[in-house]
Design a protein around this ligand. Structure first.
Ligand code: R5P
Length: 261
């Protein structure tokens, strides 16, 4: 891998552990003012010291994050649909690669919707973005989106989507945790991070998911709601960090969470 892309990726996936805890706050790009992200700055600011990278859109980056931050940015550059629109998968590229360079991002992120009506369009979006980003040495994160159909979260479907993303040339891939996740990880030659998904019932459920994902081959998490919709988001992210970077067991993470991190 060429130096610039490797260097940017190393800012996100920490070389010390080979893992990452990315904080996802890009939900508004299709969900609007998501619960606890209504005032994005208020939610993001206190969590920044504990995030290995921040995933968001340019609008929230400009308005809600100080440019003095040293936290690497993974800029979402796909969108164009909303949760109340006809089809969530009908996405295009919303931010140019030149804009991403201007904002000094460490990676760009784009969703692909495998199996949807707009499969071809979103896969070609990924291919064009990778070609553009390659010019500037910027890594591309492919997000294997499932839209409203959360039942699509099984190993067969996710293996297919992740492998296609890697074959097109994604530097790393974001997917969901599922049963037999090791099959997804083993068949994807690019590093994988998992999304948290909607807030789980208990903190322990979230720690178990993060623990199982990294044990079964993920390099970390790109987690949002399970962190910032928690009543104690700082202890939550600290506990997730212990799981991802130190291999803490879910029960140990729960102790960390309960003790305030
Ligand atoms: C969804 O496509 C968004 O890109 C989120 O970044 C992603 O779902 C991760 O956030 P959460 O852990 O809340 O699912």
């Amino acid at each position: 891998m060429e130096w610039g892309r490797q260097n940017r990726l190393s800012r996100i996936i920490k070389p010390e552990t080979g893992r990452t805890v990315m904080l996802a706050v890009d939900h508004g790009y299709f969900l609007g003012p998501t619960y606890k992200l209504e005032n994005a700055r208020e939610t993001i600011q206190p969590l920044l010291p504990y995030a290995d990278a921040l995933m968001l859109t340019r609008g929230i980056l400009r308005t809600s994050v100080d440019p003095s931050t040293s936290v690497p940015v993974v800029l979402r550059v796909s969108g164009g649909s909303s949760i109340i629109g006809a089809d969530l998968s009908n996405e295009g590229i919303t931010t140019s690669i030149e804009e991403a360079v201007r904002m000094n991002v460490s990676a760009v992120a784009l969703s692909i919707f495998v199996g949807s009506e707009y499969e071809h369009q979103t896969l070609m979006n990924l291919a064009y973005l990778i070609d553009d980003a390659q010019e500037f040495g910027i890594p591309v994160l492919a997000v294997t989106a499932v839209g409203k159909e959360l039942e699509k979260r099984d190993a067969r479907f996710l293996s297919l989507a992740c492998r296609i993303a890697a074959e097109i040339g994604a530097s790393f891939v974001k997917t969901y945790f599922c049963e037999e996740f090791e099959k997804v990880a083993q068949s994807c030659p690019a590093p994988l991070v998992i999304a948290g998904g909607p807030k789980l019932e208990t903190e322990l459920d979230a720690f178990k998911m993060a623990y199982d994902a990294v044990q079964k081959g993920a390099v970390g998490v790109d987690m949002g709601r399970n962190i910032w919709q928690n009543p104690k988001p700082i202890p939550m992210i600290k506990a997730v960090r212990a799981v991802v970077h130190e291999g803490a067991k879910p029960e140990e993470a729960l102790d960390i969470y309960k003790s305030g991190g």
